[in-house]
Each structure stands twice: as C-alpha cells, then as structure tokens.
Ligand binder design. Structure first.
Ligand code: SF4
Length: 256
C-alpha cells in the first residue's frame, strides 16, 4: 500500500457522519439521531448548530439512518489527531465551522518523539486495557504484506522496557489502569502514549478510565482500519502532514 497517495475517504467504508445540504433547514429533526447515538457523540446546540465529537464516534451509522436525510455517511476514515480537541467539530447550518484556534499541533514530548523516530521508526508495546480485541485484530493485520508496518520501521515488542511507545486499546477499566501505568513507568524517555480505537480515545460505550498521561496520538474508529492506524503513526513520526479538521473541511467544501 502506498501511504503517500492513499485517500482519507474510503469508498467501501461508512466513515464518520456529516451533515447534508438539508441541514440548512435546521437541526430540528436531528433529535432522534442524537437520541439513538450509543456514545452521545452528537450535541444539538441550537436549531442551526450541531456538534460532533468524532473521538466518541463508533462510525456505526445509526444516526444517519434516523436523520431524515440530514446526515450522510461520509466514508471519511482518517479520524486521528495529535490533540483530543481536534476531533470535536461544529457545523452551523450544515457547514463545518472554519477551523481556528486549534492548539499548537506539537507538545514538547511529541516534538522529542518525532525527532527520535522520524527516520528510524519505533517499537511499541500493546496494552489491551479492557478492550474487545477488535483493535488487536487490526494491529495484527497492520503487519501483513498489504499494510506492512515493518516497512515503516514500526514493530511490536514483548516488553515495555524495549519500547518507545505504548499503544493501548479499550476504555481502561479499573483493573487495567494500574498495569497501563506500570508499563508506562518502566519505559525510558522520550516515549509516547497512543490511544488506539474509540474506546481508548473517549471510553466509547463505557466511562473512560485513568491514564498515565494525556495521549500523544488519538486514533478513533471502532476499530480503526490498519491503514488508518499506520497513517496515525506516520503523523506522529512526522512522515505524514495531516490535520483532521483541515482535511475534513477541505473535502466537505470541495463536495459542495
Ligand atoms: S457513534 Fe454511531 S450514532 Fe453516534 S455519531 Fe457515530 S455514527 Fe452516529
């Protein structure tokens, strides 16, 4: 797979829900969509304004089905970002609000990690923190010959002592908060914490557990596809220039 030419919109994937032109009539009939959303990812602010937290979105399509044509499945699957805020999007009268005021894309820790890994890649220890194994299946697939994680220099290791990063899945249940913290503590600096899957980003269907620190990379999707996971890793390493809101805004505006 050529990651440099891959598209954030996938023709056979449902992707995140976005408003259609019919939203100009108002968000009045979106009540059932917000009510049916299992993770409460939709917030109707007023008749013209709707907010989506794509860090909570499972990409299940239930809201689209109950939206009276005001939402559609976009096929947009690159739901990853270096800050949690970037996955929260506001639409006014069906149009995505102009992107502004996003935090600086890189924290000092992200900068250090990027310097370390841009050329050589990184080793990660995976921590299944009360997830359902779907993310692990996709991580396994990321090593097959189609996605070829190792070509990017990204490998999985058995011990966090040998790892540059922790990739965790699941909402971090009570009994997994301690092991996740222990795995994080034994790693040497610089190191990165990567939330992989909607549950790891926001808890998804469950309350979010305790994390050792703010993640350095958020990859939403339930589960995210292997190419989405690897593009997220490439973003963190500085091999892929991407900002979720900018890209989504560009695609939605071009479709008008
Ligand atoms: S989780 Fe499902 S219902 Fe909720 S916003 Fe995402 S696609 Fe819609």
């Amino acid at each position: 797979m050529n990651f440099d030419t891959a598209s954030p919109v996938h023709p056979t994937s449902r992707g995140i829900p976005v408003p259609t032109a019919k939203m100009k009539e108002g968000s009045g009939s979106l009540g059932p969509s917000a009510a049916v959303c299992p993770t409460k990812a939709i917030r109707i602010v007023s008749d013209s304004e709707v907010q989506f937290d794509y860090g909570k979105c499972l990409q299940c399509g239930l809201c689209t089905e109950s939206s009276d044509g005001k939402l559609r499945d976009s096929g947009f699957i690159y739901t990853f970002a270096l800050s949690r805020e970037e996955l929260k999007v506001t639409y006014v009268s069906g149009r995505m609000e102009k992107v502004s005021g996003l935090p600086n894309p890189l924290t000092p820790n992200q900068e250090q990690f990027r310097t370390l890994t841009k050329k050589r890649g990184f080793l990660y220890r995976e921590v299944a923190a009360a997830g359902n194994n779907t993310v692990e299946s996709e991580l396994n697939a990321s090593f097959n010959s189609v996605f070829d994680s190792e070509r990017e220099g990204v490998r999985c290791v058995a011990s966090p002592k040998h790892a540059d990063a922790i990739v965790f899945s699941g909402p971090v249940g009570e009994r997994m908060a301690g092991p996740l913290e222990t795995a994080w503590d034994v790693m040497s600096e610089p190191k990165a914490l990567i939330a992989c899957g909607t549950e790891a980003v926001s808890g998804g269907l469950y309350p979010m557990g305790k994390l050792p620190k703010e993640p350095d990379l958020y990859i939403s999707g339930d589960p995210p596809r292997p190419d989405v996971i690897l593009q997220g890793f490439r973003l963190l390493m500085g091999r892929f220039s991407f900002r979720f809101q900018e890209e989504l805004h560009k695609i939605l505006e071009n479709e008008k």
